[in-house]
Design a protein around this ligand. Structure first.
Ligand code: SAM
Length: 275
C-alpha cells in the first residue's frame, strides 16, 4: 500500500506557530522533503527531530519529485516542507501533489501558517471574496498582461512582493487601479516588528520614497467598485417584480429584491405593482 504525502506548513516568522500536529507529522514521517535542507534542518533541530532529508525545490522538481513518488509508492511516508509557510503556495509542492494525485498516492494537507491568509484576515479590507495573485512577473510583458487582467477585478487582491521591488510594484499597481485605491501593506507578519499599514496606493508610494522598504511584505489591494446599475425605467422594474413573483417570490420579497437591484424604492415598487 502507498504511503501518504503530508504537506506540513512551517512558521512564517514566529516559531511558536508550529502546531502539535505538524511536529507529530514531522516526527512520524519516514523522510522529509525540503525546499532548502539547511533552512529546514534549523527548524528540525529546534524541534529536536532527526530525520533523513531530501531536497525538493523549483529546479529539481521533476527528477526529485519522481524519486519521492517512487518511495511513496513503495509505502514510505513523506512530509513536505518549504522554507516558510505552506508548501505549494508560491513555493514548491504543486508539482508533487499533482504527481501523487495522478498515481493515486494519498495527500494530506495540514493547515497552518500561510502569509496570504494571515495578511488578508488582518488587512481590514473585504475578505468575503478574494483572489491570490502571487508574485508579479519581472518580465515586463507578462507583468503588464497580468495587471491588465485585474483592471476590473472587484474582489480583494493579494500579492506577494520582495521589499526591493516594492516601490516599482506600487507604481505599477497605481497605474492600473489609481492612486486612491486602498491597500494594506502587511509587513513582517507574526514577527517582532509586524506592521500593518492601511492606506492608499498614492500614500504607500509616498511613504516608500521616504522610508525604503525592509522585511517581508504582503500587499492586499481593495477590489474595484461595482459598476453603477444600468438605469432601468419604472415600467421595466415593475416587470421584474412580476417575473420574480411568477418564479415563486412573495410580492414583498420581489419588491425588495428589485429595489436593491434597480435603486427604486421598495414601497413604490410594491404599491405600483398592485395596480
Ligand atoms: N508558501 C509561503 C506561504 O504560505 O506564505 C509563501 C512563500 S513566498 C516564496 C514568500 C513571500 O511570502 C514573501 O516574499 C512575502 O511576500 C510573503 N511572506 C512570507 N512570510 C511573510 C511574513 N512574515 N510577513 C509578510 N510577508 C511574508
Amino acid at each position: 500500500m502507498a504511503g501518504t504525502l503530508y504537506l506540513v506548513p512551517t512558521p512564517i516568522g514566529n516559531l511558536g506557530d508550529i502546531s502539535q500536529r505538524c511536529r507529530d507529522t514531522l516526527a512520524a514521517a519516514d523522510f522529509i522533503a525540503a525546499e532548502d535542507t539547511r533552512v529546514s534542518l534549523k527548524l528540525l533541530n529546534h524541534l529536536s527531530i532527526k530525520k533523513p532529508l531530501v531536497s525538493y525545490y523549483e529546479h529539481n522538481q521533476v527528477e526529485s519529485g519522481q524519486k519521492i513518488l517512487n518511495r511513496l509508492l513503495a509505502g514510505e511516508t513523506c512530509a513536505l516542507v518549504s522554507d516558510a509557510g505552506s508548501p505549494a503556495i508560491s513555493d514548491p509542492g504543486e508539482g508533487l501533489v499533482a504527481m501523487c494525485a495522478e498515481a493515486g498516492v494519498p495527500v494530506c494537507a495540514i493547515p497552518g501558517p500561510c502569509a496570504v491568509i494571515t495578511a488578508l484576515s488582518v488587512s481590514g479590507l473585504p475578505t468575503g471574496r478574494f483572489t491570490f495573485e502571487g508574485f508579479l512577473s519581472t518580465n515586463r510583458k507578462s507583468r503588464e498582461a497580468h495587471l491588465k487582467s485585474l483592471a476590473q477585478e472587484q474582489r480583494t487582491m493579494v500579492f506577494y512582493e520582495a521589499p526591493h521591488k516594492l516601490p516599482a510594484t506600487l507604481e505599477d499597481l497605481a497605474q492600473v487601479f489609481g492612486r486612491e485605491r486602498r491597500i494594506s501593506l502587511c509587513r513582517e507578519l507574526t514577527k517582532l516588528h509586524e506592521e500593518i499599514f492601511r492606506t492608499t496606493l498614492g500614500e504607500a508610494i509616498a511613504r516608500c520614497a521616504q522610508v525604503p522598504p525592509r522585511g517581508e511584505y504582503v500587499l492586499v489591494v481593495e477590489g474595484a467598485a461595482p459598476p453603477p446599475p444600468e438605469s432601468v425605467t419604472l415600467e421595466e422594474a415593475l416587470a421584474m417584480v412580476e417575473e420574480a413573483i411568477e418564479k415563486g417570490k412573495s410580492r414583498k420579497d420581489a419588491a425588495r429584491a428589485v429595489a436593491e437591484e434597480t435603486g427604486f424604492s421598495k414601497n413604490v415598487l410594491y404599491s405600483q405593482s398592485m395596480k
